[in-house]
Design a protein around this ligand. Structure first.
Ligand code: SF4
Length: 302
């Protein structure tokens, strides 16, 4: 197959736009979309300090490289933070990749661990909480630790490598679970709390497959191994369904994400209310949506 733009050999087919692209045109399209997303949502301002949540997976490694590239036209500071959940045989490998990529780009890298900061590794916690879903605990602890780590390194914002697939899954999961406030909070500029470090997702319009191809053609070292707990997640089920729908109706993921932002714009007036204010947990003082945060309730047993 030939590139739809220049007739060189194509390396990828994009079903949602019915185009074949060669390496050069694919790279150009990917980076242009990245810059446009950052600009459209005013994600980064000149002089800000951005902390990348660097897991060592393909998404966060590609994000680190794209942000470093962006610094040539928009001056801002970049630092990387990694949370080691303590998942045997998985996180130790991705940690090595994260270390290597940050070093390659000369970016300061800080590592925090569940074991040290939450008292137990995820593996240990799961032995204690038999029969419970690992991702629920992991998500709660990791979000909290990332927010604290972001504050600790003086970040204005934390950048997540969530791609289009992740974002579309999150939108659908919140709808299916009847979580309107969580859904509304996906647009974070509306959240008001001094302790909350705003999160940005510059790859949210990049399909997962394209992130993987971008990593390969740019020699970005990534580990494609999946977390051993990932099969248990409700997300895995939603991902399968969404992939099947995308296969039949290309562009579904992008339309799902775009429809979230379309609806959110229409409802914004109604969302700037009491519900969007985050308070602080009575026990630990960290940002929380209720009197006692989920971490204190679930992990500390308050
Ligand atoms: Fe944590 Fe679940 Fe992700 Fe594994 S798949 S890192 S347990 S949230």
């Amino acid at each position: 197959m030939f590139c739809s733009k220049c007739k060189s050999n194509a390396i990828i087919y994009l079903p949602y736009s019915k185009t074949h692209l060669c390496e050069g045109h694919f790279r150009g399209m990917f980076e242009k979309r990245f810059r446009a997303t950052v600009r459209e949502f005013s994600m980064i301002k000149k002089g800000e300090r951005i902390a990348v949540a660097l897991s060592g997976g393909k998404d966060s490694c590609v994000l680190l490289h794209c942000l470093e590239m962006l610094r040539s036209s928009l001056p801002f500071e970049l630092v990387a933070i990694t949370i080691d959940e303590g998942i045997k045989g998985y996180r130790n490998r991705t940690l090595e990749v994260a270390r290597h990529e940050a070093k390659k780009l000369g970016i300061a890298h800080h590592i925090f661990s569940f074991k040290k900061d939450a008292g137990r590794s995820l593996d240990e916690l799961m032995k204690e909480k038999k029969g419970r879903l690992p991702c629920t605990y992991c998500g709660v602890i990791r979000r909290r630790m990332l927010n604290m780590a972001g504050r600790g390194v003086g970040a204005d914002k934390i950048a997540f490598g969530h791609n289009l697939d992740d974002f579309a899954q999150t939108v659908l999961m919140n709808i299916m679970r009847n979580e309107p406030i969580r859904l509304a909070r996906l647009n974070e500029p509306l959240i008001q709390n001094g302790k909350f470090v705003r999160r940005i997702r510059p790859l949210m319009r990049a399909p997962e497959k394209e992130v993987a191809v971008y990593a390969l053609i740019n020699n970005i070292g990534v580990d494609f191994q999946e977390c051993p707990y990932s099969g248990h997640a409700f997300r895995a089920h939603v991902r399968r369904q969404l992939n099947e729908t995308e296969e039949l109706y290309p562009g579904t993921k992008l339309r799902t994400v775009n429809s979230f932002f379309g609806i959110e714009k229409l409802l914004r007036k109604g969302l700037e209310t009491e519900n969007m204010k985050i308070r602080c947990c009575r026990e630990c003082g960290e940002p929380a949506s209720r009197e006692v945060c989920v971490f204190c309730a679930m992990v500390e047993g308050v």
